[in-house]
Design a protein around this ligand. Structure first.
Ligand code: TXA
Ligand code: MG
Length: 314
């Protein structure tokens, strides 16, 4: 595996690798993605294998602009409004797939719907334009582990399973995209993420919450798991634990590793830091990471969602 700065030579090399069915990790504004050519079933098969991902879990197709998205899925009025408001950006729309759309059945897990998004990252967009085809990209981590927000985290988690990592610094948002299912009359929130659901509801009305049925199969209860256990809504940490705070840190014993997601209680900053800080504290080899209460407003909903999954029994 090579990690390379995003020069035009690197992008040419990345596009050539993708065209040959190889895997390329690249930065987006949310997390790093592990990319494969969306229309290449053999490449997609290799992608599922590299992640250790169950094949019933469909991938998101990334495209450079709305015009490219229209070739893959059928837009309706709600999709037009949301794409206009939030693309490029951390929103994935699940829509009925277009006849003749180029995403292979394996990448769609054989569904008649497809998740698409236009990422808001100069390197991702440059790669998509250079490659000229859709790129399917799950987060660039082994299935069930924390999503990577730096090239180093990709390297650490996937190693030789990826051919090239295009370096793009830390991801701005730090949490995956919000996923909205528009394939049915009632729009449904499938995953909290980088865009607060209230901002979406302000434009297209109330979203249904995805029920217990696993509509987005990646949303299995235990996900984003660090090695350590997590103890949520904790006001302090005991001996043998680490502490992940929000706001000013409480007084803690000297031997307790501690970080604050945002000393100023800024939820965007907390989202940006979340996966990296969890990884850092996990590397201190504590039994348990105690995590401060996070407000459920705005981006806090997505942060709480990821923490609950990381804390779920496995
Ligand atoms: O921010 C993101 O979305 C990142 C970056 C790399 O773009 N990607 C990402 O992909 O988080 P992944 O594969 O880790 O999560 C995609 C989620 C999964 O939970 C999957 O089940 C769901 O999207 N999904 C994809 N296509 C779907 C569909 N047609 N219907 C329902 N859920 C779908
Ligand atoms: Mg993922």
């Amino acid at each position: 595996m090579t990690v390379a700065k995003p020069s035009s030579r690197t992008l040419a090399r990345a596009a050539a690798l993708l065209a040959r069915g190889r895997l390329v990790a690249f930065p987006t504004e949310t997390v790093y993605g592990l990319g494969a050519a969306a229309d290449d079933a053999r490449a997609v098969l290799a992608l599922y294998a590299a992640k250790g991902r169950p094949r019933f879990n469909p991938l998101i197709a990334h495209v450079a602009d709305v015009a490219a998205a229209r070739r893959l899925v059928r837009f309706d009025a709600r999709a037009e409004i949301l794409a206009k408001a939030f693309w490029p950006g951390p929103l994935t729309l699940v829509l009925p797939r277009a006849a003749g759309g180029a995403v292979c059945a394996l990448a769609r897990a054989n569904l008649d719907t497809l998740g698409v998004r236009v990422p808001d990252h100069a390197v991702a967009l440059a790669l998509l334009r250079r490659f000229g085809r859709a790129i399917v990209a799950p987060s660039a981590n082994r299935s069930g582990r924390l999503s990577p927000t730096t090239a180093q985290a990709v390297q650490f988690g996937l190693g030789a399973r990826v051919d090239l990592v295009v370096e793009g610094g830390p991801c701005r948002v730090g949490l995956e995209s919000t996923i909205v299912d528009l394939s049915t009359a009632q729009a449904t929130l499938l995953r909290e993420g980088g865009i607060a659901h209230a901002a979406i509801e302000a434009l297209i009305g109330k979203l249904a919450q995805s029920g217990s049925a696993i509509k987005a199969p990646g949303m299995l209860a235990s996900h984003y798991a660090p090695r350590a256990r997590l103890r949520l809504d904790a006001k302090d940490a005991r001996s043998g634990e680490a502490y992940l705070g929000f706001g000013a840190l409480p007084k803690l014993a000297n031997d307790i590793p501690a970080l604050s997601l945002s000393p100023t209680r800024d939820l965007a900053q907390a989202a940006h830091n979340l996966f990296g800080y969890l990884q850092t504290l996990d590397r201190a080899h504590v039994q348990c990471i105690a995590v401060a209460p996070i407000p459920a407003t705005g981006l806090g909903a997505a942060i709480r969602d990821r923490l609950a999954r990381a804390a779920a029994p496995r």
